[in-house]
Write a new protein. Structure first.
Length: 334
C-alpha cells in the first residue's frame, strides 16, 4: 500500500499516477483537496480539483495560478495512468474534497481537512470505505469536543441583545469560517445587514454566486459611502483585524473569535477575546474516531496536528496506524 501513495518532501506522492496530493512545493501534476492556502498553492503544472476549489484558487492567485486546470466532479472516476481517482465531499469548506486513489484492488482515501458537523455552506462529508484512511489530526485530543455551532451562534446573538450599544467584531478565517458564521447567523433568524471586512468581499461574493445565500452584506468601512455600522451591528473580519487598530473605529468594539481553539482558555486570553465562539471546520476527537470506524479502514495514516494521540487510539482499537510527518500544513490557521 505504501507503493500507491507515499510521503515525500513535496507532499503525498502517487508514483504510478505521477501526481501529488496537496503538494507544498510546485510539481508537474497536483490534485488539490480544498482552497486553503496551505493545501492549495500556486505554481503547479496541472491541477485537478473541484470547480469551486479551482475558482477559489483563481480568486486568490489570479488566472495564471497553474499551467492547466481540470475539474473533478464528485463521484466521477478519473483515470491517471493506471490509477483511478475519485473526489468525494469532505464537509470542510465550499468545494472541499476527499480524494480516493485506487489501483490493483487497493483503495486509499486522502481526506484533506474535514468535519462531520453540519455546515450550510458546503456538501456534507461522505464516509468512503477504504483500506487506508489518511486523516488530519488538528483537534486529535479527547479534550476537544466542539459544541453545536448553532449553540455558539446563539451565544453571539444573546450578547448582541445584552449589549445593544456595542459592535460585535467576529474574527473568522476568510475562506470558509467567515461565510459559515454568516450563513449560521441567517439560519438563526438574524436578518440585519452584516458588515464585512474588505478582505472577505471577493470570497463572500463567490459563495453567493455558487448558491450559498449570505443575506445583506455591507462593507465595514467608515470611508466608503460614509455609513458606519450602527450600534449593535455584527462585523465579520479576519482574525488579525479584531485586536488591530482597524477594529477600534467601531462603537465600543467587543472582540469575538470563531475557532476550534477557543476551547483553550489560554488562547482566548492570549488573543484578548471577550466572547469565544467554539466553531471549527475541523473534526473534533469524537468525529475523528467515529470517521475512522465508519471507513472500515484497516490502516490509518495521520497527517498534521496531534498525531500521537490518534495513532495510539488506532492501535488500542486494533487498527494499524502511523504518522506521515508531512511538513507545511498548519493548525486551523488558514
Ligand atoms: Zn483547510
Amino acid at each position: 500500500m505504501a507503493q500507491l501513495l507515499r510521503s515525500q518532501p513535496q507532499g503525498l506522492c502517487c508514483p504510478n499516477g505521477g501526481f501529488f496530493i496537496d503538494p507544498v512545493r510546485p510539481v508537474e501534476r497536483a490534485l488539490i483537496t480544498h482552497g486553503h492556502a496551505d493545501h492549495a498553492r500556486a505554481g503547479h503544472g496541472a491541477v485537478l480539483a473541484t470547480r469551486e476549489t479551482l475558482d477559489i484558487m483563481e480568486i486568490r492567485y489570479g488566472s495564471g495560478f497553474a499551467g492547466s486546470m481540470q475539474e473533478a466532479r464528485f463521484g466521477e472516476t478519473i483515470r491517471i495512468n493506471d490509477v483511478e481517482v475519485t473526489f468525494h465531499p469532505a464537509g470542510h469548506v465550499l468545494g472541499s474534497a476527499q480524494i480516493c486513489v485506487e489501483a490493483k484492488g487497493t483503495r486509499i482515501v486522502a481526506s484533506g481537512d474535514y468535519k462531520r458537523s453540519s455546515d450550510p455552506t458546503c456538501a456534507p462529508f461522505e464516509p468512503i470505505p477504504c483500506d487506508v484512511f489518511i486523516t488530519e489530526a488538528t483537534f486529535a485530543l479527547p479534550v476537544f469536543t466542539h459544541p453545536q455551532a448553532s449553540h455558539e451562534i446563539g451565544q453571539l446573538l444573546k450578547s448582541v441583545g445584552q449589549f445593544p450599544e456595542r459592535t460585535h467584531i467576529v474574527g473568522a478565517y476568510t475562506l470558509g469560517k467567515a461565510q459559515r458564521v454568516i450563513a449560521l447567523l441567517r439560519e438563526a433568524g438574524h436578518n440585519e445587514p452584516i458588515y464585512i471586512h474588505g478582505a472577505l468581499a471577493k470570497l463572500c461574493d463567490y459563495y453567493e454566486s455558487a448558491g450559498v445565500p449570505l443575506g445583506i452584506l455591507e462593507p465595514a468601512t467608515m470611508e466608503e459611502r460614509g455609513a458606519a455600522p450602527p450600534p449593535g451591528s455584527i462585523v465579520v473580519a479576519p482574525p488579525a483585524a479584531i485586536d488591530d487598530r482597524w477594529s477600534r473605529r467601531f462603537a465600543d468594539p467587543l472582540a469575538c473569535f470563531a475557532s476550534g481553539w477557543m476551547r483553550i482558555r489560554q488562547r482566548v486570553r492570549q488573543r484578548g477575546v471577550e466572547l469565544p465562539l467554539i466553531i471549527s471546520d475541523h473534526a473534533d476527537w469524537e468525529e475523528l474516531t467515529q470517521t475512522i470506524k465508519d471507513t472500515g479502514a484497516g490502516e490509518v495514516w495521520v497527517t498534521h496536528g496531534r498525531e500521537e494521540a490518534l495513532v495510539r487510539w488506532c492501535e488500542l482499537n486494533g487498527i494499524a496506524a502511523k504518522p506521515l510527518h508531512l511538513a507545511g500544513y498548519e493548525d486551523e490557521a488558514e
